[in-house]
Design a protein around this ligand. Structure first.
Ligand code: DGY
Length: 339
């Protein structure tokens, strides 16, 4: 489907854009001299068959995390040279398959770091202090008087934060914890000495961290290694007063096991921005639990950050198709050993 502001096209588009993006991002493509077609619906992903059809002649694909870029898509797009993902996470893209075919993959790190860290804190505070449950209690007519132990939650200040996955966003979450006078623990594939120096964070093994932390914030990318990382056994190791927050990817958690852990009181509460299978509907079992705060994957959803993600994805795409090294290339090996 042609985007309505586009001149009538005499040849196939250079680029397919899988969602109606904000105008400044489309303008970057135009200024880059690219012809493009856009899936015109802002609120609904492009159907798979349309996507496979649209990419047949394309050299560039500007996509979202709702689009799967796999062998099937790559086979349907023999001219494809770059996939520009409008997200920092790349679990929707088969990076190895793209690399094998010499297709550059870009993403949007950096621009969403602080925004996602803010939301991790919103979830942490909301789950610890029962914010959503408390509002629902008023709505249900359940606020009868002020009483001593009514809606009591967990203190956040002065307690121990455990960050699993201490990359950029993890570091931003840790910096905020200093304002709450918290002790900070982290677990990561590699030690992050800069983080230790800046925030006083202490490295722990995964299991030690689960046992020591009052708040466990999950920030690991979804990979074959991290899929299902948090299950019943991991929640059992945590304190019964612990709060678990996930702003990474849903499949890092075995959701049915989390639900059981919350129901059995193995942990105090959870705050989730992401789910195994998104979107979740109103009947999702986690929504039925008073001690689980659920959000619709809005970690990076501020006006400024989403605009910046869209424009950065477009800039990456234009650079790659112009033969320049794109600023956020996730598979530099495609450029060869000199790159
Ligand atoms: C990402 O960028 O990977 C987030 O999940 C959406 O901001």
């Amino acid at each position: 489907m042609a985007w309505k502001g586009m001149p009538a096209m005499t040849k196939a588009a250079d680029v397919y854009v899988t969602r109606l993006l904000p105008e400044p991002a489309l303008q970057i493509l135009r200024e880059g001299g690219l012809s493009f077609r856009v899936w015109p619906d802002e609120g609904r992903p492009v159907p798979r068959d349309v996507l496979l059809q649209e990419v047949r002649e394309c050299e560039g694909l500007l996509c979202l995390l709702t689009d799967r870029v796999d062998e099937e898509l790559l086979a349907a797009a023999p001219r494809l040279r770059v996939v520009a993902n409008t997200a920092v996470g790349l679990d929707n893209v088969d990076l190895a398959a793209c690399t094998r075919r010499g297709v550059m993959v870009t993403h949007t790190p950096g621009v969403l770091t602080e925004t996602v860290a803010d939301l991790a804190w919103a979830l942490l505070l909301a789950a610890a202090r029962r914010v959503v449950e408390a509002q629902k209690t008023i709505e249900a007519g359940g606020w009868n008087t002020w009483s001593l132990m009514f809606m009591t939650g967990q203190d956040v200040h002065g307690r121990t934060l455990g960050i699993v996955g201490a990359g950029r966003i993890g570091a931003a979450v840790a910096r905020r914890a200093r304002g709450f006078q918290m002790r900070i623990l982290y677990h990561n594939r590699r030690r992050n000495e800069a983080l230790e120096r800046e925030t006083g964070a202490e490295y722990r093994g995964f299991e030690e961290l689960l046992e020591e932390a009052d708040f466990v914030v999950c920030l690991v990318p979804l990979t074959e290694e991290t899929r299902g990382l948090f299950g019943y056994e991991q929640f059992r190791r945590m304190k019964r007063t612990a709060v678990f927050v996930n702003v990474a990817r849903g499949a890092v958690v075995r959701e049915a096991e989390l639900e059981r852990a919350l129901r059995e009181g193995l942990i105090w509460a959870a705050g989730l921005d992401v789910f195994e299978k998104e979107p979740i509907g109103p009947d999702h079992p986690l929504l039925k639990l008073p001690n689980c705060v659920c959000l619709p994957h809005i970690g990076s959803a501020t006006v400024a950050t989403r605009l910046r993600m869209a424009t950065l994805a477009a800039e990456n795409l234009v650079a790659a198709l112009a033969g320049r090294r794109p600023p956020n290339l996730a598979n530099p090996e495609v450029l060869g050993p000199q790159a």
